[in-house]
Design a protein around this ligand. Structure first.
Ligand code: CP
Ligand code: NVA
Length: 343
């Protein structure tokens, strides 16, 4: 299906690049992803077909579990007319009987793009190198770039702009979400605050890099242990689970002790601006309606973790718009990076 030349998609051509981390993209290129996302979301809502990648095929590799990322890539790919294959470690040879380099070379012969979710950032880099096709990072221990595009789109929809927004991330700030949000904010002109205990601040080197980018884009990066200072005047309060995929169960006890004062609760929301929104990449432990939520409650006596159920369910919470936007933004990334890519 031909793309109308007035479409935002035709404004730039990023075909053939990989999305390994947002640091590799300029603010103008991120702006482009967001503009294309707005357009494709409007098309989807109006049932306007956009099968721009017909004849192309996408493979999704998951070494960690997923609901949103997997479904967003599958639906986005299908809406664009692509063929989509899902593989996890149990149903492929990857890692056990076949090296990553060999797997990448095989997949590169059959597919036009590869999504990868797993542990090491280096794996996404190697996949791109050996496969010769664009690779999309669907989360590693270090970065989660497609989530940040959905978050930026959601903030823009809810608050009307990105520049000058006071964005506070509470909790484990040295993980994939803290790192990637800091990068996304620095690139797009949002004032980023990591509100966390010192040992869970993002790595010094990344902070320095982001401070430089932030200075170019007229915004700031702040690290604070003080909840009152961190939440004051915030436009967005964002949090993530306290123990991420791949971390050992043994860290729960210490992490709960360390992070309980960084819970997003009504006191934190009330200290932010009255117009503030609550965001979370999900999944979230805001009640005991999950196996892990129940286990933690039995073991440590807490029924809510990084966010209270009250805040999660409040009118300030935009978490399900954010989840939906995963699909629209991933669709924009696929079109942008694959439309004129020919192997
Ligand atoms: N937010 C996110 O990446 O969700 P999943 O783990 O369900 O993909
Ligand atoms: N930090 C979380 C994000 C999940 C989307 C994890 O890695 O498990």
């Amino acid at each position: 299906m031909k793309i109308n030349e007035n479409s935002a998609i035709c404004r730039m051509d990023l075909s053939g690049r990989s999305l390994i981390k947002l640091l590799d993209f300029t603010p103008e290129e991120i702006r482009y992803f967001l503009d294309v996302s707005h357009e494709l979301k409007a098309d989807k809502k109006a049932s306007v077909p956009h099968r721009y990648l017909e004849g192309k095929n996408l493979v999704l590799l998951f070494e960690k579990t997923s609901t949103r990322t997997r479904c967003a890539f599958e639906v986005a790919g299908m809406d664009l007319g692509m063929g989509v294959t899902f593989l996890d470690s149990n149903s492929s040879q990857m890692g056990k009987k076949e090296s990553l380099a060999d797997t990448a070379r095989v997949l590169g012969r059959m597919y036009d793009g590869i999504e990868y979710r797993g542990f090491k950032q280096q794996t996404v880099i190697d996949l791109a190198r050996f496969s010769g096709v664009p690779v999309f990072n669907g989360l590693t221990d270090q970065f989660h770039p497609t989530q940040i595009l959905a978050d930026l789109l959601t903030i823009e929809e809810k608050l009307g702009h990105l520049k000058g927004v006071n964005f506070t991330y509470m909790g484990d700030a040295r993980n994939n979400m803290g790192n990637s949000l800091m990068v996304g904010c620095a690139k797009m002109g949002l004032n980023f605050t990591a509100c966390a205990p010192k040992d869970l601040f993002p790595a010094e080197e990344l902070v320095m890099q982001c401070r430089k980018i932030a200075a170019e884009n007229g915004c700031t990066i702040t690290l604070t242990e003080d909840v009152n200072e961190g939440t004051k005047n915030a436009d967005v309060l964002y949090t993530d689970i306290w123990v991420s995929m791949g971390e050992p169960d043994e860290v729960w006890g210490h992490r709960i002790e360390e992070l309980k004062k960084y819970q997003v609760n009504s006191k934190a929301m009330n200290n932010a601006k009255p117009t503030a929104i609550f965001m979370h990449c999900l999944p979230s432990f805001h009640d005991t309606n999950t196996t892990i939520g129940q286990e933690i409650c039995t073991k440590f006596g807490i029924s809510e973790m990084e966010v209270t159920d009250e805040v999660f369910e409040s009118s300030q919470s935009v978490v399900f718009d954010e989840a939906e936007n995963r699909m629209h933004t991933i669709k924009a990334v696929l079109v942008a990076l694959l439309r004129n890519f020919h192997k």
